[in-house]
Design a protein around this ligand. Structure first.
Ligand SMILES: [Zn+2]
Length: 233
């Protein structure tokens, strides 16, 4: 009898296990945790406190502006708090929904910023090797999310040369510039306004190299838009 009950239990064990996992998914759904603080959320990927904190940041400091060799560069938020966490989650943990949360900060667009409908959104192309390692081109994901919000087309306008593929973050300032000098090339002729999207604006060196490549291809009107900035005020 004991033998039969053990046998029955072992046959039913996968069912119990499955039921257990389903119950766990209902109580603690993995995809419904706040990306910034880990709290359980009902929709989206931020809890209401973290989303409120992003909105409050908007009240105090938003839309930093900088000139990059004649190109206006705008950033949505300082590289701190929840905005910084979203950028890092997108970049290092392939959390694509972080791009949607950042893109949601775009609208309503401020008066000083407008784009004609022929503006093409593009991104800072990632080296193919790093794309394979990370399984996500976070720049592209962010650009596509921004383009959807702005109702603009999104296309790859830059190609990345592999010999410029050393990680920028690991290099000193002088080596950063040298590494990037030949890193970007245009993918073809450009005869439309361009909106270059990137995650964070730090020294501006990467954006400047991209601007050079876009200008070489004929781009006359370029705007840079980044989710965050690490500029000193
Ligand atoms: Zn949160």
């Amino acid at each position: 009898m004991k033998h039969r009950s053990v046998s029955l239990f072992s046959r039913l064990r996968p069912v119990f296990s499955r039921f257990g996992h389903l119950l766990q998914d209902v109580i603690y759904p993995e995809e419904a945790l706040c990306l910034a603080c880990g709290a359980v959320v009902r929709s989206g990927c931020l809890c209401s406190d973290c989303r409120d904190s992003l909105r409050r940041d908007d009240f105090f400091s938003s839309w930093a502006h900088r000139d990059l060799d004649g190109v206006p560069a705008f950033s949505l938020r300082p590289h701190s708090g929840v905005a910084r966490t979203l950028v890092l989650r997108l970049k290092h943990q392939a959390a694509a929904c972080a791009a949607e949360e950042l893109a949601a900060l775009l609208l309503p667009l401020p008066d000083f910023l407008s784009f004609t409908s022929d503006t093409v959104v593009t991104w800072v192309t990632m080296p193919a090797r790093r794309h394979r390692e990370r399984c996500i081109d976070h720049g592209r994901v962010l650009a596509e999310a921004f383009a959807r919000r702005l109702n603009l087309p999104c296309r790859q306008l830059l190609v990345r040369r592999e010999d410029g593929a050393r990680t920028q973050a690991s290099l000193h300032m002088k080596d950063r510039r040298k590494n990037l000098r030949q890193a970007y090339a245009p993918a073809g002729t450009i005869d439309c306004p361009v909106l270059l999207v990137d995650d964070v604006l730090t020294t501006g060196t990467t954006a400047l190299r991209c601007i050079e490549a876009l200008r070489k291809a004929g781009a006359a009107e370029i705007t840079v838009l980044t989710a965050t900035h690490a500029l000193r005020s």
